[in-house]
Design a protein around this ligand. Sequence first.
Ligand code: ADP
Ligand code: ZN
Ligand code: ZN
Length: 774
Amino acid sequence: MLPSSPRPAAPGWLEVWLEAGREGRTFTYANPGHLGIGVGDLVRVRLQGRPHTGLVVATSAERPAALEGKGILPVDEVLQSAAIDPLWQALLEGVAGQCHAGLFRTLKSALPPGWLGQSRRAAGLGRLQWQLRPDPAGSEVPPSARQQALLDHLARHGGQRLLRDLVAADGFGRSLIATMERRGLLLRESIRTPAPGGPGGPGGEPGCLRQEPPRPPNPAQAAAIRAIAAAPAGQSLLLWGVTGSGKTEVYLQAAAQELEAGRSVLILAPEIGLIPQLLDRCRRRFGQDVIEYHSGMGDGERVVAWRRCLDAGLRRQPCLAVGTRSAVFLPLGQLGLIVLDEEHDGSYKQESPMPCYHAREVARLRARLTGARLLLGSATPSLESWCRCQPARRGEPADTLLLALPERIGQRPLPPVRLVDMRQELVDGHRRLISRPLMARLEGLREKGEQAVVLVPRRGYRAFLSCRSCGEVVLCPHCDVALTVHHAPRAGGDGREWLRCHWCDHRQELGDRCGHCGSSAFKPFGAGTQRVMEQLAAELEDLRLLRFDRDSTRGRDGHRRLLERFAAGEADVLVGTQMLAKGMDLPRVTLAAVLAADGLLHRPDLRASEQCLQLLLQLAGRAGRGERPGEVLVQTYSPEHPVIRHLVDGRYEAFLAEELELRRQSGMVPFGRACLLRLAGLTASGTATAAAALAERIRPGLEAAGWMLIGPAPAPVARVAGRSRWQLLLHGAAATPAGSEPGAGGLPLPAESELRRALPPGVSLTIDPDPLEL
Ligand code: ADP
Ligand code: ZN
Ligand code: ZN
C-alpha cells in the first residue's frame, strides 16, 4: 500500500480524524486551496484553540449542510502528504472494528513510534513534495496546445518536475495542471527531497554476501510451492510441516516467485529472537535490501524502514520485509504474499495497549483487501487455523487451504519422547529438580560431542498447588481450573498464602496436606533457570552451561550472540525458558528435556493444553536435526495427562480433534467468542467501584445479545506497578459458525469512547476482544 497517485484535485472541505475527538467522529476543516490537500494527508489543525495532528479521511466540494452558517477553520499546515492510502485506511478501519478500538488509536499504533507529531527533520525524512510527470498510461484525448507546451517543458527537464517549480518558477497555472491530471495526461507523485544531515535512503551495505541459490525442493515442498503460486488472490493457506521439514525453504521460494512477478512480500515471525536467523536466511537468498522491522529497533531506524517501504512503493519496486507483529502494518505496495511463521504463537497477539490485535487476523484482512495470499506456517497449527481448513459444510471449499510437509528433510526421524514419572522419583527418595534419568543422559553428553537444551518453563511457577506424591492438583470447585497460589496483599491480609480462582474469584485456604492422599509433600511448584543452573553445576562439574532467558539475552543482538556461542560449542547444555523451544536449528543438539512439564499443563487457561502441547512439540523439534538421532525427555507428575499422551504418540491432529470437541461442548472459541475488559486504577476500592459501574453500563446490551458477563473480578495479577487491576469477562456465541470471520462481527458493546466515559478519571480501560489468555 503506497501513496496512491494521481489524486483528485483538492476540493473545498476536508473531513479530519483527530486524536482529541470522540472516536469514530471526524471534524470538518476548510482547505485553504494552495496546500493541495487530499485523503491520506496528515495535517495540523486547531481545535478549541489548541493545535492537533489529524488525518484527512474524506474530502468534499460541498460545504456540509450541518455546518451551514458556522465558521469553519482552515487547515494550518500539511505535516505529511499521502501518509496513508485508501487500502491502508480500509485496513485500519477493519482492525479498529475487529478490536473495538478507535480509529486514531489504531492509526497511531500502526505507525512507527513517533511518526505522528515528529518534525520531518527529526525523522530524517526530508520534505515531501509533489512531482509531476507525463502519465505513462497515456490519455485518449489529445492534449491542447497549452497542455502540449507543459508536456514539452517536462520533457526538457528530464521528464519530471516539482509542482512548486512548475507553478512558481515556470509560470504554469494550477488549474491547467489539475485538468491535465484529471484527463490522465499527468501523474502526480509525492517525492522526498533529502533533509540535510538525515540518514540516507534505501541501500545499506552493498551485497557483500554471496546470494545463495535455492535448494532443489523435495516433492512435498515442490507441491506446496506450486499450490501457493496457483492460489487465488486473497487466499489463506496453512503450511503444516513437522519441525525440520523445510518450511522456511518453502517461504523463501514462494517469496522468490512473488518478487520475480514484481510483487512485495512480508514475512513475520512471532518473536524478536527469531528475526536474526530469518533475516540471515533472507539476505543470503535475496541480498542486503531486505527490510527489517520490529520493536527491538530504535524509533529512528523504524521510521527509516517505514520510509523505505513507501519509497519502494512509489518507484513500483517490489520489496521483501521481515519483522514481528507490528510489521503487519508496513506500507508495502503491490503486496503479493504475507507469511506468518509459527502462526500458532501467542506473541502475535497484542495484549496492550489497544488495539489488542492479532497479527494473523490483521494479515488475513490485509490479504483480502489487497489480493495478497496469506501463508501460515507451523509444526503445531493453532486450533483456530486448523479448524479453518475444515469445510464449514460438506462439499463446500474450506476457508483455508491445507498444505502438508509430513517428513523431516532427509527423512530424519522425529525424536522419540521418554517420560520420567517424578512421583516415582519421590518414592525412591530422589527429591531433586533434575531426575536421575536426565542426570544420566546429561553425564555422557560432553564425551560424545553432543549438546542438550533444557527447558525450565517460566510460566506457572509458584502458580498452582500440586501434590508431589499423588500428582493431585487443587481445582476450583466451580470452574474446573487449577486454583492459583497468591500472597495476601500487605495492607489487608496477614501476608499468608492462599488459593484463588481467576474465573469466579473463589478463595480458599492453602492447606499443608494433600486432600487426596494425605501426603505432606504438598507444595507450590517453583524453580527458575537460575536454580536449575546451580543444581546442574553442583552435580555435574564438567558440564559447561549457558543460560538463555530474558536476563541473559538483553540487548539488540543478545539472542543471536548467545545462540552463536552455543552453536560454536562453547557449552554443552543450554538452560532456558520458553524461547528455547522456538526455531533454532542446531545439528549437534541430540537431547531436548523439560523440567516440570506440570507447570504448563495445569495453567488455569482455556488454551493451556493446546499451548503446552505446542511448546513441547516445538521443543522436541530442536533435537535430532543433524546426523545423530535425537531424544526428548519429559519430567512430569502427570504422565497420564492427555497432553503428555499425545506428545508421546506424536498425534497432534488427534489432539486437535479432541480439543475441538471439548470446545464445542463448552461453547468456547471458535464456537463462542470472548472479550476481556481490563481496568486499572490507583486504589483497589476505586477500581472495584469503577468495574462494577462499567458492568451495569454494559449489562443491558450484553443481555439483549444473549451474552454472559462474568465478573467483575480482580485480575490474575491484582496489582501491577502500584495499580489495582480488575477485569470483566464477556462471553457469547460466535456470530458466525466456526472457521469464519473471527472478530468480524461487532461486540455487543458501546463504542470505546462511550465505555471510557463511564469510568472515573484515573481508571484506565483496555478492551481485549478474543483474548488469548482466559
Ligand atoms: P523448518 O522451517 O520446517 O523447521 P527448515 O526450513 O529450517 O525447516 O529446514 C531444516 C533444514 O533443512 C535447514 O537446515 C534447511 O537448510 C534444510 N533444507 C530445507 N529444505 C531443503 C531441501 N529441499 N534440500 C536440502 N536441505 C533442505
Ligand atoms: Zn496427594
Ligand atoms: Zn472458579
